[in-house]
Ligand binder design. Structure first.
Ligand code: G6P
Length: 371
């Protein structure tokens, strides 16, 4: 292990730091082109993606969160309705099949029993268009699908998924661009710009990783906390969900995520000095709304930990009760890929302070191959 881990203490930390390479390797599939070839998703992809009228994403755990984020892209950029379902729920509910829908199964391992069963259930209902988005080629889920995209994150050992998640997001963005293009919603100029933004991801993630010391310092404040609340809005709500999942999985601190506009419908009752509130606050259309949600937290004595981007002026500075880490850039549509990275680091360092078994958290498995 010592040789494999190199300068890192745990696989999770190593895998967090491998994200620039994992993304670069995954994006290599695009080649030098300024456009996305639908063939990246399989020989029949061009015909299938041109004809689909909606997308149904099936997944579990962290993979479910990448699906939730992709919904925002698919609807906004490609103009295609998208639903995202937890695989273990979908397989047991009566749903209305749609033969023109693309079913996307997202799975790091490609072996998760619930996701595989949900996929088979969809096919059994008469949904012929299936796409596997996996990190393991020739896994069961890949074999079950007509179309496929294999992320190149490399083997992920830590139970808490990190590099698989960000590479899934990159793949889902490529899918969004491919569908948008085939639906006539993406000009060549916009496409080239989006590809450039994707190519910038590895460097952008590297710059975010340099903020580890500041995040580590924050983590010290979390060790004696029993609960934490993560807030995000829009596409950053799934990122808040992922941040909460990471924290609970490996540090055993109970963490919940809410879209910040829902605060007033319940979680505000829990806010006090003992519950840190972590906010994902990039400069997007919802920033002003989010700021007023954060005021509500401050007014109740809640301690705020805010991850903003370079274009955000919170108006509070690093004031009493408001801790701020500003990411180096503003990332536009790819912002979720960057904002999840500090949340991964926060969970990792909180777990280190607590002394838990980071790579093998109690009661959890890397791949759940039974129901
Ligand atoms: C387990 C793992 C998670 C993972 C989930 C789905 O719960 O601990 O990290 O997100 O399974 O796994 P998959 O391989 O389908 O992405």
């Amino acid at each position: 292990d010592a040789v494999e881990l190199g300068r890192f203490r745990h696989y999770m930390q190593k895998e967090i730091f491998e994200q620039p390479d994992a993304l670069a390797n995954t994006l290599e599939l695009v080649g030098a082109a300024k456009s996305v070839q639908p063939g990246l998703f399989g020989a029949e992809a061009e015909t299938v993606l041109r004809d689909i009228d909606s997308v149904l994403i099936l997944a579990c755990g962290t993979s479910y969160h990448s699906g939730l984020a992709a919904r925002y892209w698919l609807e906004e950029v490609a103009g295609v309705p998208c639903t995202v379902e937890i695989a273990s729920e979908y397989r047991y509910r009566t749903s209305v099949p749609n033969p023109r829908q693309l079913v996307v199964a997202i799975s790091q391992s490609g072996e998760t029993a619930d996701t595989l069963a949900a996929l088979k259930h969809a096919k059994g209902l008469g949904q012929p268009h299936t796409l596997a988005l996996c990190n393991v080629p020739e896994s069961a889920i890949v074999r079950e699908c007509a179309l496929r995209f294999i992320t190149r994150a490399g083997p992920e050992i830590g139970v808490a998924s990190t590099k698989a998640f960000t590479t899934q997001l990159a793949a889902l963005y490529l899918l969004t661009l491919a569908v948008a293009k085939l639906k006539g919603r993406l000009s060549a100029e916009d496409e080239a710009r989006e590809i450039d933004a994707l190519r910038h991801l590895p460097a952008a993630v590297s710059a975010v990783l340099e903020q580890e010391p500041a995040i580590q310092a924050w983590a010290e404040h979390f060790a004696d906390k029993r609960h934490a609340l993560f807030l995000g809005r829009g596409i950053h709500y799934p990122i808040a969900l992922e941040g909460a999942l990471k924290l609970k999985e490996i540090s055993y601190i109970h963490a919940e995520a809410y879209p910040a506009g829902e605060l007033k419908h319940g979680p505000l009752a829990l806010v006090d000095r003992e519950m840190p509130v972590i906010a994902v606050a990039p400069n997007d259309a919802l920033l002003e709304k989010l700021k007023s949600n954060l005021q509500e937290v401050r007014a109740r004595g809640g301690e705020l930990y805010v991850f903003a981007d370079a274009k955000v002026d919170l108006g509070t500075g690093d004031a009493d009760g408001v801790h701020l880490i500003q990411l180096p850039e503003h990332y536009g549509k790819l912002s979720p890929v960057l904002h999840v990275v500090p949340l991964q680091l926060l969970a990792y360092h909180a777990a280190l302070v607590k002394g838990t078994d980071v790579d093998k958290p109690r009661n959890l498995a890397k791949s759940v191959t039974v129901e």
